[in-house]
Design a protein around this ligand. Structure first.
Ligand code: SF4
Length: 306
């Protein structure tokens, strides 16, 4: 059985676990290829204007997987990944959006992920959602547990990066993983920074402790898991002077991003760490973004000479 996995949205957060499953499971997992112009155009054609850019891109990836002749698509319905915190409601409705846009051409594997449920309910719902798979669900459930451990190990390894000496100006590039690691959407911002001699770090390079330490500076805790991570990392940078500059990458049409951009912007005003905000949309220009990134790095370097 060939299961299609869109290379979009939370794929970028859970890449190590998903790649482990693709390797270890007898089921063939087909990951869509990197985002390109065609996928973006297909996504734009399928979605209303007010849908955020990453979801449009997701639809383009789903469409491309349908052309790969997959037997089922993996589109989870994610509600909550941490107790008392939630993720953007778009993830809750994602399987419905896929069905509405693409019809019932292939079955969807859509486990509901909600850690506020009891463990028993999570297991029951998970097994139910895995029904289209031919293998024993409990065996697959075991593989999911191992994949979760691979993911945790990966996270711990990345979190050590902040403790290492930096070869150039350290720049935190903060935002949702799908905006930071999709090179087509962000015009390769991480590579661009490296080519300019800067050392980019992302939210993944902050430990949970550092994020919690940063987020403790909020007057009211944020209940969006990923938004809180971005704010926590930004505040940690500010409080502990952990970086030389911060670039905030947000999506046009994203409610959570507009709020966290404002929260971070206010806290950074008059701070000694420069902050630059970049908003990505389907009309963004690679040249414009490259110019802004170059100017930002030049400014960080010139500050030493002043
Ligand atoms: S958090 Fe923002 S960018 Fe992400 S899916 Fe929700 S609205 Fe879209």
């Amino acid at each position: 059985m060939r299961i299609g996995l869109p290379r979009a949205l939370l794929y970028y957060n859970y890449r190590p676990a998903l790649e482990y499953l693709a390797r270890e499971n007898a089921t063939e997992i087909i990951v869509s290829s990197a985002t390109n112009k065609l996928k973006l155009e297909q996504g734009l054609a399928l979605c209303d204007d007010e849908v955020c850019l990453p979801v449009k891109v997701m639809m383009g990836h789903v469409q491309s997987l349908l052309q790969e002749d997959v037997d089922a698509l993996f589109v989870p319905r994610i509600i909550s990944l941490e107790k008392k915190r939630y993720i953007c409601p778009k993830f809750l409705g994602l399987p419905d959006m896929v069905r509405a846009n693409l019809g019932a051409k292939v079955p969807l594997i859509s486990p509901v992920i909600n850690v506020s449920w009891s463990k028993l309910r999570q297991l029951r719902e998970g097994i139910k959602s895995l029904r289209p798979l031919p293998r024993q669900p409990l065996k697959l459930w075991g593989a999911l547990g191992r994949a979760a451990r691979v993911q945790e190990l990966h996270r711990r390894q990345l979190a050590a990066a902040l403790d290492l000496p930096s070869p150039g100006k350290r720049v935190a590039v903060l935002g949702h993983a799908y905006n930071i690691f999709d090179e087509y959407l962000n015009f390769g911002i991480l590579n661009k920074l490296s080519a300019l001699g800067a050392a980019p770090v992302t939210v993944e390079n902050f430990s949970r402790g550092q994020i919690n330490q940063g987020a403790s500076g909020l007057c009211k805790d944020l209940f969006w898991s990923y938004g809180r991570e971005v704010v926590g990392a930004a505040f940690y940078c500010l409080n502990f002077k952990a970086v030389d500059g911060v670039i905030l990458v947000a999506s046009f049409g994203c409610g959570p991003d507009s709020l966290i951009t404002e929260i971070i912007g206010r806290r950074f005003s008059n701070s000694s760490i420069p902050l630059m905000s970049i908003i990505l949309d389907e009309h963004s220009s690679g040249i414009g973004l490259a110019t802004r990134v170059e100017a930002f790095v030049d400014m960080l370097n010139w500050r030493d000479m002043a």
